[in-house]
Design a protein around this ligand. Structure first.
Ligand code: SF4
Length: 174
């Protein structure tokens, strides 16, 4: 097996848990089975950048989608994605198969079928207690901001890809 001419697009943290908001990082090994199945079938990977790491840093608080839905976050996401979309376009135009995009279920940025929304703003002291903060968050059936923008930019180039969620909250990732 040499050039497989098959590609999948992965959210950054699937290959690098170092960027994940505290305390949710997992052992990288937990993604091994998923990654191995593609390697064994000679797929190559495009690793998306982690928008939250780049825009908000490693010491960020956990966010919900509502907090990221502002123009400059979206603009920065676009800047991060332009060259990725160009790469996808190049591969497709040269007859490569781009199997799809794998995001992270529930992420405000990289969720595909589910993202998290909630009535969060201001200092933690604005809320009664931790439970009050947690109870305001809920999963909704929409994409996170980064995935929405990726889909939008692909559409502008008439590229239609399948999007999948990795459920990294479950014990088994496969
Ligand atoms: S889900 Fe997206 S934003 Fe969140 S850590 Fe992974 S790559 Fe970064």
């Amino acid at each position: 097996m040499k050039r497989g001419k098959k590609i999948i697009i992965l959210s950054h943290c699937i290959l690098n848990q170092n960027c994940v908001v505290k305390p949710y990082a997992k052992d990288q090994e937990e993604f091994f089975k998923f990654i191995k199945s593609f390697l064994l079938n000679n797929y190559g990977f495009i690793q998306l950048p982690c928008p939250e790491l780049v825009i908000l840093g490693l010491k960020r608080w956990g966010h919900v989608k509502d907090q990221l839905e502002y123009p400059n976050f979206k603009l920065e996401c676009k800047k991060l994605l332009y060259s990725i979309v160009d790469q996808i376009d190049i591969y497709l135009k040269n007859g490569y198969e781009v199997k799809g995009v794998y995001g992270i279920k529930g992420s405000p940025s990289c969720g595909v079928n589910k993202t998290c929304r909630g009535d969060w703003e201001g200092e933690a002291s604005c809320y009664k207690n931790l439970e009050d903060i947690i109870n305001r968050v809920h999963l909704v059936s929409e994409k996170g901001i980064f995935m929405e923008i990726l889909e939008e930019l692909l559409k502008e180039k008439n590229i239609k890809l399948s999007f999948y969620d990795i459920d990294d909250w479950s014990e088994e990732i496969d």
